[in-house]
Design a protein around this ligand. Structure first.
Ligand code: GUN
Length: 297
């Protein structure tokens, strides 16, 4: 079998086209463009590259970004006071603090400083708790992107055995909650595997939908995949540089041999990554729409 390639690039372009109309309508009703503050601390090259992509995508659909590139030596007090200012700024609908933060900063405290209504990354404890309880709130962008990619590819999760490799706060854990929810994009039977799971292949071979989010290059090899499975590769690992000096990327899945067995697979790059950005735009518009409906007239 040779897998159908699920192009996140193409699906994300459709999503962005739909969102750009919504952004335009919002700008008219708000009397200002929807706004996202994007905070980058330090000079991690991967983070800088993600942040550049996010800002560009926002500007292309009419979301104004407020860009804060802070030096690596920024103190917790400085970061806290910036977040407080952004929390009360009426032109800022969403706040994104790119992770990871430099080691001397308290990531948890920073996240808790973002007002939950502006937490378009869905990582504030209030939003994380809402997701766990199956309540409405902001959901992290990558898990949302995975669900949207499956939905738009007409791959149902209902009754499917979804095996997730990875239990991180940005992908594995929230994705497990999303796929357990009742209704479209959910209703799956979910298994979460991680670094302490013995004999990983025993679990992954049983997956109808296998999601690799371990953050380790090519941990999912062909013998771990059932013939006809759907394979979603969330990994973005930097493995050297190309001839033109760009980072060479590879996923958590050993793509070519796995594509021989799978029914469908996402590439890296061009799979989940563009969907993450599209969902950030979607969450930002949602934050702006909510801000509008809660503004006293
Ligand atoms: N670092 C890697 N992925 C993400 C993400 O989705 N949001 C934030 N804030 N940081 C990240």
């Amino acid at each position: 079998m040779s897998a159908r390639i699920l192009s996140g690039t193409e699906i994300a372009a459709q999503v962005r086209a739909e969102l750009s109309g919504r952004a335009e309508a919002l700008a008219t009703t708000l009397g200002r463009p929807p706004g996202l503050a994007v905070v980058l601390v330090g000079d991690n090259p991967a983070s800088r590259s993600y942040v550049t992509g996010k800002r560009k995508a926002c500007n292309e659909i009419g979301v104004r970004t407020f860009d804060f590139d802070l030096p690596a030596a920024t103190s917790m007090d400085e970061l806290r006071s910036l977040l407080e200012r952004l929390n009360s700024d009426g032109a800022v609908d969403g706040i994104l603090v790119q992770l990871p933060l430099p080691a001397h900063l308290d990531e948890r405290a920073a996240i808790e400083h973002i007002r939950p209504e502006k937490d378009v990354d869905g990582i504030h404890p209030e939003n994380a708790g809402r997701l766990l309880r199956g309540e409405d709130g902001f959901v992290p962008c990558t898990p949302l992107g995975v669900v949207e990619l499956l939905r738009r590819s007409h791959i149902s999760t209902r009754g499917a055995h979804v095996v997730i490799v990875g239990r991180g706060q940005l992908v594995g854990r929230p994705l497990s909650c999303l796929m357990l929810r009742k209704g479209e994009g959910g209703d799956a039977t979910v298994t979460v595997c991680h670094s302490a799971t013995p004999d990983l292949a025993r679990f992954t071979r049983d997956a109808d939908i296998l999601v690799a989010a371990a953050g380790r290059p090519r941990v999912v090899t062909a013998h771990m995949v059932r013939e006809g499975a759907v394979v979603i590769d969330v990994g973005v690992n930097r493995v050297g540089t190309t001839a033109s000096g760009k980072a060479r990327l590879c996923g958590d899945v050993d793509f070519a041999p796995v594509a021989e067995k799978a029914a469908a697979i996402t590439p890296v790059p061009g799979g989940v990554g563009p969907m993450t950005i599209a969902m950030l735009l979607s969450n930002t518009l949602r934050a702006a729409e909510r801000a509008r409906s809660s503004t006293p007239t």
